[in-house]
Design a protein around this ligand. Structure first.
Ligand SMILES: [Fe+2]
Length: 420
């Protein structure tokens, strides 16, 4: 019994189940168990009646499975628990763990702030001092909102904090969110905050990890300004190209703008994203740029074209591609222009692409191009009218034209009363 009891107590030390216990409670438990082992060892030299009395005092222990334990919410894993086999070693080990965590908290670049359920700050690391300007002594025991949040956001934060405390939920819980905070000197600045909760001494506490994102915001603003400037320059360049094309070919005047308007309307109705819509707008505005290489006598010829002349006109998508690939657009504008006369049955030109081989942007511009070309006046024929143009789209949907694009276009004119 004594040998079994000692073994059980030693196992108990190795297998302490300490979930939710504080460091002090754990150490006390280890010390008690060690004391019991020492008492049992002394029993071998004591009279029988004392031995029995002691055995009754310390009953046989049941083996319990090893789990993890928590020292003020510092999770100690199974391996660490097994290392703790005497009180001295346990104490040393626990101080090592505590020391390591304190070191980690002091070197992380983000502010780590812990507040109790009333919002009073109980932990404030080195980075928090640097970011907010308060020393630990100044920050500890202060109200989290009073010293960190600008007064205009107090109400919002307090409501969110209380909701988080009561329900464990909230829009900023567990995911980085951007807010405005206040420094000791009163300056507001942008922060990224991740909020979560822990239990300290069996009480709810909130943990905030905060990063100063002033520099990131400054770079973002600068990038947005540069992007807007570049986009302005690009739009000017595209508008200049449109004017040059239209100066050479009066019949194309307005055609590209109308195609662009209709193509954008179709793209929006098909719920393409804004990036795709912008690409369609630009590509449609310059889709006939390749005609710049065709003699204006051919473009404006009022009679039927010869085969050679027709071949020259059919080369305009490739010519447009060749011109625009030198521009180095940030989007594949030149590829869309190369494809705007392709048809989904493979009967188009120049590469006889089929179905999904043709980019959706090009399939949309193709339909808009046909509708405007047929409904407008051409050098070799009068305008056929919008009715004829829509009949062409309707009759050749799913043959020449993407059915979804064709249906969207027809709906725009027939139900939404689209007008050029
Ligand atoms: Fe064209």
């Amino acid at each position: 019994m004594k040998a079994t009891a000692k073994k059980s107590y030693r196992n108990k030390i190795k297998n302490i189940k300490g979930k939710g216990k504080s460091k002090e409670e754990l150490l006390k438990e280890i010390e008690e168990l060690q004391q019991r082992i020492d008492d049992l060892e002394k029993l071998s030299n004591k009279p029988q009646n004392i031995k029995e009395e002691t055995e009754q005092q310390y009953p046989e222990l049941l083996e319990e499975p090893v789990t993890t334990c928590t020292l003020k919410k510092t999770v100690v894993n199974e391996q660490i628990l097994r290392e703790i086999n005497n009180p001295q070693k346990a104490t040393k080990r626990l101080f090592e763990i505590k020391g390591n965590y304190e070191k980690i908290c002091s070197i992380i670049p983000n502010a780590l702030i812990i507040a109790d359920e009333k919002g009073k700050i109980i932990f404030w690391n080195k980075a928090a001092e640097k970011i907010f300007g308060y020393t630990s002594e100044e920050a500890l025991n202060n109200d989290l909102f009073d010293i960190l949040i600008p007064s205009e956001y107090h109400q919002f934060f307090k409501e969110g904090f209380n909701r988080f405390k009561d329900t464990g939920e909230g829009p900023i819980i567990g995911k980085p969110s951007e807010f405005i905070a206040k420094k000791k000197n009163g300056n507001n600045f942008p922060i990224e905050i991740t909020l979560s909760a822990i239990e300290v001494d069996k009480k709810w506490h909130s943990v905030a990890i905060i990063r100063d994102i002033s520099e990131r915001k400054r770079i973002e603003k600068s990038l947005i300004r540069t992007h807007q400037k570049l986009e302005g320059m690009l739009n000017n360049a595209v508008n200049t190209l449109v004017k040059i094309i239209e100066l050479r070919d009066s019949y194309t005047s307005g055609h590209q703008k109308r195609v662009s308007e209709l193509a954008v309307a179709i793209a929006r109705k098909m719920e393409l994203n804004e990036k795709e819509v912008k690409l369609i707008k630009i590509a449609a505005l310059v889709h006939d740029i390749g005609k710049a290489g065709i003699p204006s006598e051919i473009l404006n010829k009022p009679s039927k074209l010869t085969e050679l002349e027709f071949n020259l006109i059919q080369a305009h998508p490739q010519a447009g591609y060749n011109i625009l690939k030198e521009v180095n657009f940030p989007w594949p504008v030149e590829e869309i222009i190369l494809q705007h006369h392709e048809r989904i049955d493979g009967s188009g030109y120049p590469r006889r692409l089929k179905d999904d081989e043709i980019m959706v942007e090009a399939r949309i511009i193709a339909v808009a191009d046909v509708v405007d070309a047929m409904s407008s006046h051409r050098p070799y024929r009068p305008a056929l009218g919008i009715k004829k143009a829509l009949e062409e789209i309707s009759q050749n949907r799913d043959i020449l034209y993407d059915p979804k694009v064709a249906d969207t276009c027809l709906k725009l004119f027939r139900k939404k009363k689209f007008k050029f």
